[in-house]
Design a protein around this ligand. Structure first.
Ligand code: B12
Ligand code: SF4
Length: 506
């Protein structure tokens, strides 16, 4: 069946499908895309799984009675020396992680119903790599109806990932880059049945199925992007009214070995908006939706210290009574705006939680990760947050190349010493991601990574399966178990009252 182009006024119509199912607040890129398209007079319908009753993915739920046993068992299976045990566990974990796969049929049926009702001239999907199956099904459904489909998302910035996606049957074009300001023109080309890969950042396939087109360079001049439009999101489905805001794209540091944020579509190189532009966006969301709770999704909000200070200085005048959370790069030697007095000022401006990448309690490993941090400076930061009344959350990584049982013991010891000043820890086994500095280094000089080998690369998921011999040793495993216990002890505590509205947000 073909759906005919419909609107007699000549207005173009698109359906924007948001597969990233967040339980707590609207999705930032969807807001941007909707705003840009509406400004260009497109009729935009947004579909998000939460709108049809599919439960969003809740991050970092509070531990329950059996969480520690489950975490230890999971770790034991994930680091089994038997390949088949690990593979079985990875498959099960991938299913659980997506949190949407169990709802795939419901999402697909709802998207198809939405297509039938909205009769869009094009379907645009924003996706994480893990929703590939759902994307493939939507492409097929659109192909049957003769509707072009464009896919974009945060990890289409590398050729090997793009190659694995661009041939999906029914897909008209894959977007590789921050093309939002040019999206209306790209769609005009597509809807005129011309090849959109003539536009930078749009990839299609040629007659032989080879990719055609390339990745767009990072977008400059961020102030020219309109404020995101979150009017389509199901506000009543969220526990609190929280708005995501991004003040700059990329990270001012940008060199940590394992980091896949700085190899993502919008993470490549650091670019900042102007403080005035950001503060006036906050005011606009407040006027429109009555919100006074904000999450800054910047990789590090203190990448641009002027921005950090302007937010602290301007927040309460812009939205009285507001509260906000963010991630920061703490522990650096240069001034990073995180002195005790700055943290007190941040708390006064409504900051209730800060996340930082602790990653490890071993200085040696932090150095080999190129974190650019000193543990004693992170320690001072953590004490500073506690004194200011800001809830501190730390991310940590287990299993970086070169890590020994002693390094893990150092992490246990660091956490134990800072138990009273850290409110949440997000501990993850090293996830080696396609295109990161670490992945490239292991490929380039495998001899430098003794006992750390690549087993299999899944470019479509940007996932690199690796083997790390040390994690199978009894001493490393014992230390890891102690680390899990220490993390559990911290995470089991009640959050401080101020930060509770943001539990599970970041
Ligand atoms: C903030 C954030 C979150 C927030 C959500 C924010 C929100 N509600 O909007 C929270 C904390 C909830 C979150 C959760 C998760 N996240 Co996240 N997140 C981020 C982060 C740090 C910033 C996102 C952001 O604001 N980007 C800025 C916007 C402007 O960029 P963008 O999303 O890429 O969109 C631009 C372009 O890509 C393009 N675009 C995007 N979609 C489309 C669609 C079309 C049709 C077109 C034309 C263009 C287009 O236009 C946009 C404007 O330029 C990124 C890192 C990063 N650098 O992006 C990770 C990132 C996106 N997250 C990631 C992951 C893995 C997760 C989790 C799975 C983590 C976990 N294990 O729990 C969960 C997933 C939950 C789920 N799927 O339901 C990965 C995704 C990688 C992948 N495989 O695709 C990233 C890249 C981090 C990483 N390096 O691994 N995340
Ligand atoms: S400081 Fe954070 S965002 Fe920046 S490169 Fe390191 S891990 Fe990535």
């Amino acid at each position: 069946m073909m759906i005919e182009e419909s609107d007699p006024s000549g207005q173009r119509s698109v359906l924007l499908v948001d597969l990233n199912n967040f339980a707590r607040y609207p999705t930032l890129p969807i807001g941007y895309l909707a705003a840009v398209l509406r400004r260009a007079n497109y009729a935009v319908t947004v579909f998000a799984p939460l709108m049809v009753g599919v439960q969003g993915v809740t991050r970092e739920p509070r531990p329950h009675r059996f969480s520690l046993v489950a975490a230890k068992l999971n770790y034991r299976v994930a680091t089994s020396s038997r390949d088949w045990v690990r593979r079985w566990r990875d498959r099960a974990a991938a299913k659980r992680l997506s949190g949407i796969s169990s709802h795939e049929a419901q999402v697909l049926a709802a998207v198809k119903a939405e297509i039938a009702i909205a009769k869009p001239q094009a379907v645009l999907i924003s996706t994480y790599l893990m929703y590939r199956d759902t994307c493939a099904q939507i492409c097929l459904a659109c192909k049957e109806r003769g509707i072009p489909v464009v896919i974009g998302g945060p990890y289409f910035a590398q050729l090997d990932v793009i190659e694995e996606w661009v041939r999906l049957p029914g897909l008209s074009a894959l977007v590789a880059g921050e093309v939002e300001l040019r999206l209306p023109t790209i769609l005009e080309t597509l809807l005129a049945k011309n090849d959109p890969s003539t536009h930078a950042g749009v990839v299609t396939t040629d007659a032989h199925g080879r990719p055609r087109g390339g990745i767009a360079p990072p977008l400059q001049g961020l102030d020219s992007v309109p404020y995101p439009d979150y009017s389509d999101f199901p506000w009543s489905a969220y526990p609190n009214r929280i708005v995501p805001v991004i003040t700059g794209r990329g990270c001012g540091w940008g060199v940590c070995t394992f980091c896949s944020d700085v190899t993502s579509t919008a993470g490549r190189t650091y670019r900042s908006r102007s403080p005035q532009n950001v503060l006036s966006e906050l005011a606009a969301h407040h006027r429109r939706f009555g919100v006074s709770r904000f999450v800054f999704t910047d990789l590090k909000l203190n990448s641009n210290i002027e921005m950090w200070r302007s937010i602290i200085g301007g927040m309460q005048d812009t939205v009285a009574g507001s509260r906000w959370i963010a991630a920061v790069h703490a522990g650096t030697e240069a001034d990073n705006g995180l002195s005790e007095s700055s943290l007190r000022a941040a708390a006064k401006s409504g900051c209730v939680r800060l996340t930082t990448g602790l990653e490890t309690g071993s200085q040696r490993i932090a150095d080999s990760m190129k974190k650019g941090t000193r543990l004693e400076t992170i320690s001072a930061f953590l004490h500073g947050t506690a004194q200011a009344g800001i809830s501190a959350r730390c991310t940590m990584i287990l299993g970086h190349p070169g890590e020994t049982a002693d390094d893990v013991e150092a992490s246990v010891e660091f956490l134990a010493r800072h138990r009273s000043v850290i409110e949440r820890v997000s501990l993850n086994r090293l996830h080696l991601v396609t295109g990161t500095a670490l992945h490239r280094a292991v490929k380039r000089k495998p001899e430098k990574f003794k006992g750390f080998t690549i087993v299999h690369e899944n470019a479509g998921m940007a996932h690199v399966e690796h083997r790390h011999d040390v994690v199978h040793t009894a001493s490393h495993r014992r230390a890891a178990m102690r680390l899990l216990t220490e993390v559990h002890r911290i995470n089991s505590r009640e959050l401080s009252v101020n930060a509770r509205e943001f539990e599970g947000v970041m």
